[in-house]
Design a protein around this ligand. Structure first.
Ligand SMILES: C[S@@+](CC[C@H](N)C(=O)[O-])C[C@H]1O[C@@H](n2cnc3c(N)ncnc32)[C@H](O)[C@@H]1O
Length: 256
């Protein structure tokens, strides 16, 4: 299930612990990008001699995609264990530099790049962590360069709650009980904090992304839905549960 992306691992040691079981535990966004938005934009932005950074690269799922198209790639992650797994998986890709860095701290240790890919890294519910993370992600893009960002959608989380309610009602549950059983944990919901498997996780509105990227000197070029099947949200969803499907936001923004 997609909720598995959100187990409590906000610090380095917690991410280190998951490095060996990453493929089983962490939802694979690029593998589930059935419309190929990520690859399309990486291809479109890959020009000769351009440099790319994979921010929060994890075990390096998107490193081959970048390394085969860019002259130089920086693979950045707070987890040295995840970086070790990523490096072991890409022995032939000699244009990758692995950088152990905490994006919420001051020193980055890698230069600004033409293209920065950042998939489900800006999830932290704590504003004091998330804001510096977002700022540094944006500053990692050269002026005139592009940010390719994937983040959870708040609208999708609300749609999932609605589907849950619908399911309960169709099963004959009393309406009050059906609503209670489908309710999202309200603490922080007005700020996009949705508790997934008990873990507070930041979810974003499209308009919030547009506003916060504009504040940081970016022009949003496109925002797409990366849609997933309902079994990413529910165990054994009923057959009638079809479109609209749940999604993450995929944002392409250019730094002015
Ligand atoms: C949900 S995983 C996504 C990994 C990868 N982008 C993918 O799609 O497979 C989030 C990644 O962000 C990294 N991360 C979280 N907080 C970070 C921080 N403050 N600085 C650098 N990396 C961070 C984690 O170590 C983890 O590898």
């Amino acid at each position: 299930m997609r909720g598995c992306t959100n187990v409590p691992r906000m610090n380095e040691r917690a991410w280190d612990r998951v490095a060996d079981t990453f493929e089983q535990e962490i939802f694979n966004v690029p593998a589930n990008d059935t419309k190929g938005f990520i690859q399309h934009w990486v291809d479109r932005l890959a020009v000769p001699d351009a440099v790319a950074t994979d921010l929060g690269c994890g075990v390096g799922r998107t490193l081959p995609l970048l390394a085969e198209r860019f002259s130089k790639v920086y693979a950045v992650d707070v987890s040295s264990q995840c970086l070790a797994v990523a490096e072991a998986a890409c022995p032939d890709l000699t244009n990758i530099t692995y950088v152990h860095a905490d994006l919420s701290q001051d020193k980055n240790g890698y230069p600004a790049a033409d293209v920065v890919l950042c998939i489900n890294t800006l999830l932290n519910a704590a504003l004091e962590v998330r804001e510096p993370l977002f700022d540094r992600t944006c500053r990692s893009v050269k002026k005139g360069g592009h940010l390719l960002l994937v983040v959870p959608s708040l609208n999708s989380a609300l749609l999932t709650a609605y589907r849950h309610l619908q399911w309960n009602l169709r099963d004959g549950m009393d309406p009050k009980k059906a609503q209670l059983a489908a309710a999202l944990n309200g603490k922080g919901l007005e700020h996009g904090i949705v508790h997934i498997d008990g873990v507070p996780t930041k979810h974003y509105l499209r308009e919030e992304l547009e506003a916060s990227l504009a504040d940081r000197g970016f022009i949003v070029e496109t925002i797409e839905k990366l849609e997933y099947p309902w079994n990413t949200e529910f165990d054994a969803p009923p057959k009638w549960m079809k479109a609209p499907f749940p999604w993450d936001w995929f944002v392409v923004a250019k730094r002015k």
